[in-house]
Every structure is written in C-alpha cells, then in structure tokens.
Design a binder for this molecule. Structure first.
Ligand SMILES: Nc1ncnc2c1ncn2[C@@H]1O[C@H](COP(=O)(O)OP(=O)(O)OP(=O)(O)O)[C@@H](O)[C@H]1O
Ligand SMILES: [Mg+2]
Length: 217
C-alpha cells in the first residue's frame, strides 16, 4: 500500500506558544521498504508517524493511502483506517496492565472484531520471532523495557498490516537485540511487502533500513 505525505503542516500550541513542527513535508513511503526517520530529539519524527498513521490530523496538506486522502476524514473513518490497515508500535509501548504477553498481542485481533482464539498460534509464532517465546505468560510489570517494546512490536505485526509505523523500537534494547530487531523489521517489510517507517536514533536500525530520511531542520 503506498503512503504519501504532501505539503503536510503540523503546529502545536497557539499564539506565542505556537510552534510549527512539520512545515510542508513531502514524503513518499514505498511498499516493501523499511524507511528510517532520523533527526534530533524534537525534530518531529513521532509527529510525522502520528500523521502518517491517521492518529493526528495535520493543519494542512494530504496524507494519501493508496491515493486516498485520509487527512480530511472524520474521527470514525480515521479510526477505521487505523484498525484495518495500520500497525503501530508507540515509543512508550502502551501495554495494558495485568494482561499476559500473549493476551497483549491478541488484543489487536479483538479490536478488529476477530476471534482472538483463532490467532493464538500465530501470536505465539510472532512472539517467538521477536524473541519472547519464553515469556508468553508474563505480565508487563514482569518484563524488561526491551521485552515490553518487543511485545508491542509483536502486537503490531499480528495481523500483517499494510502499513507498519514504529517509534524508537530499540530504545530499551541492547546492541545485539537492536541489530536483531532491525533485521526483523526490514525483513517484515520486504517479505510482506508492507510499507514500514521507523523513527530511530539507532545506527543499527538505519543500517538495516532500505532508506534513511533525515528530519533535521
Ligand atoms: N501535544 C503537543 N503539544 C505541544 N507540543 C508538542 C506536542 N507533541 C509534540 N510537541 C513538540 O513538537 C516537537 C516534535 O515532537 P516529536 O515528538 O514529534 O519529536 P521527535 O523527533 O519524535 O523527538 P524524540 O526523538 O525525542 O522522540 C517537540 O518540540 C515537542 O515538544
Ligand atoms: Mg519521538
């Protein structure tokens, strides 16, 4: 699925506190390629992912998913686009307290109106791929930071979304995990042909990416 941002402007705050974070961004993401977004803290990487993923409506500009502009859609229509086509992994991980690793991953099936029970095997398989096969029954509070992030990544991958948006996946990973995760993301993009973008400061991720976009102002 092609994803293109055209002349995207995002500002936060108002009056004296108003800041323009994205100032007319033109960017195309290609299916089958992992694109890394780099740039200093505050340069707008997470904001760009939020706009690309229909979480945040830009002040102006277009966000074209397979040619359809999702920027002007109402909340319900954008929620549907997110559910059906986009996999996210947020910078914070966003796990639900009290749920096991396996159930965290299965929530995404539930949210999409599918029967979680039918996805148990696939969920266990994806968790194995991200190196969490031995942690299926753990709860978030029993996981390390890197394990929490990999749980969130497995959840994003469960339904093989057309668009995969990932924010700082290796922030809590060690060197060798970071290299493995980066290879896994690049491989997902290439094998599934999904359009994948990752915000990162990590050279291991930029090295694995098919393309690197520097957001430095
Ligand atoms: N909800 C908000 N209200 C006001 N300002 C915001 C908001 N969200 C982000 N910003 C500001 O917008 C700028 C870009 O933030 P963003 O999170 O996109 O940066 P980033 O490149 O992802 O940074 P990092 O590498 O630290 O994750 C920052 O200066 C931030 O303070
Ligand atoms: Mg960020």
């Amino acid at each position: 699925m092609s994803l293109r941002l055209e002349k995207v402007v995002v500002t936060y705050g108002r009056d004296a506190a108003r800041t323009t974070v994205l100032d007319g961004v033109d960017l195309e993401f290609t299916p089958g390629t992992l694109t890394a977004l780099t740039g200093p803290s505050g340069s707008g990487k997470s904001t760009l992912l939020a706009v690309a993923g229909a979480l945040l409506r830009p002040d102006s500009g277009s966000v074209l998913l397979d040619g359809e502009d999702i920027a002007p859609l109402g909340d319900a229509a954008r929620a549907r686009v997110r559910r059906e086509r986009i996999g996210y992994m947020f910078q914070s991980g966003n796990l639900l307290p009290g749920l096991t690793v396996l159930d965290q991953v299965l929530t995404i099936a539930h949210v999409n109106g599918r029967r979680p029970a039918r996805y148990r095997d696939r969920a266990a398989e994806v968790l194995e791929t991200v190196g969490l096969g031995h942690r299926l029954g753990h709860r978030p509070e029993q996981l390390s930071g890197g394990e929490r992030q990999r749980t969130a990544l497995a959840r994003a991958l469960l339904l093989e979304p057309s668009v995969l948006l990932i924010d700082e996946p290796t922030a809590a990973a060690d060197r060798s995990q970071a290299a493995d995760l980066a290879a896994l993301l690049a491989d997902c993009a290439e094998r599934q042909g999904c359009t994948a973008a990752v915000a990162t400061h990590d050279p291991a991720v930029t090295a694995a990416a098919g393309r690197v976009v520097d957001m430095a102002p």
